[in-house]
Every structure is written in structure tokens, then in C-alpha cells.
Write a protein of this length. Structure first.
Length: 170
């Protein structure tokens, strides 16, 4: 599609940047490059217990979330149980009518503007690509805020965010 004028082109660029910020693609790219914190993400482990789901409020270290192959050519999501992922700095869509999940106790308060999602692996690992995709999309399940996002908000795998959104290389 071709925009009808410069104003429409700028609107499309802004809409794409909004769709990217905090998305699963954004998270997977940040995880792939070991830049979760620089991209305003917090990943926390959720445990199934006899009392139900219990959140570990500590941020998960990168080596408990991903594994890089010995030759450096492959990167895998790797964790057990549900993973809660928060992205800070952007409020959820006003049409998202569920309260955001708690992030647990913290010495410093978390920003009020956040989007909280869940990620689950169906196997021990799932290979992720540098473009923010999962090699086999059936290896994962998303829920909460990412589950709410619509197919119309998906971006092409070659999408590059504006430089204002792109973090410094770690």
C-alpha cells in the first residue's frame, strides 16, 4: 500500500512504532540481544503450587531465560513454567478491560504505565531468531496483554523501529 500523502505516511510510521513497543517481537529481539532492561522489560517466573500460581518478584537472569548454542549460531528460549513479562513506559490499550497483573513486592515502585503478559513454552526450549520470531510458533503460547493484541498489530519480520526506539547495542 502507498500512503496518499505525507501525513498518512507519518501516521502509519507512528502506528507501527506503537504496535512494536512492548510486543512479543520487541521482547524476543531484546532477549536475543541480551538487552531486556535497556528495552524496559522485566521477566519474572511464575510457579504452579498447591496454592495456585505464585509470582517470584525477582527479575530472571538472562541465562535462565535463554541459551545460546556453543557456536553462537542459535538462541533458544529456555525456562520452566509460565513467565510473566512486563513492559514499562506504555499504557495498555484503553480497550483492554482487565487489570494488569501484580509485579510483586519491590524496593523501588514499578511504573504505573505498563503492559503485563504471559509466555509459556510447550517444550524445554524454543529457538528464537534475531528478527524477533520463534522458529516454530507452535512451541510457545502467549496470554494476558500479548493475548489481547490483534493480528492487525503484527509487524513484518523485517520491521526496524525508528532510531528513537532502538536501544544502544549492549
Amino acid at each position: 500500500m502507498t500512503p496518499r500523502d505525507e501525513a498518512q505516511k507519518q501516521q502509519w510510521l507512528a502506528n507501527r512504532a506503537t504496535a512494536y513497543t512492548g510486543s512479543l517481537m520487541h521482547f524476543l529481539r531484546a532477549l536475543y540481544t541480551n538487552s531486556l532492561k535497556a528495552n524496559s522489560f522485566l521477566a519474572q517466573q511464575v510457579r504452579n503450587t498447591s496454592k495456585g500460581l505464585v509470582l517470584n518478584p525477582a527479575a530472571r537472569p538472562i541465562d535462565s531465560l535463554r541459551r545460546v548454542s556453543a557456536d553462537g549460531q542459535h538462541t533458544y528460549l529456555r525456562f520452566r513454567g509460565p513467565l510473566q513479562v512486563a513492559h514499562f513506559g506504555e499504557a495498555p490499550d484503553p480497550r483492554y478491560d482487565r487489570p494488569m497483573k501484580s509485579l510483586g513486592a519491590s524496593r523501588t515502585p514499578y511504573p504505573a504505565k505498563r503492559q503485563v503478559s504471559r509466555l509459556q513454552l510447550f517444550d524445554d526450549e524454543a529457538e528464537i531468531q534475531a528478527d524477533g520470531s520463534v522458529l516454530n510458533p507452535l512451541d510457545i503460547s502467549v496470554g494476558d496483554y500479548w493475548g489481547f493484541e490483534k493480528i492487525g498489530e503484527f509487524l513484518p519480520y523485517d520491521y526496524v523501529p525508528p532510531t528513537a526506539l532502538a536501544p544502544a547495542t549492549p
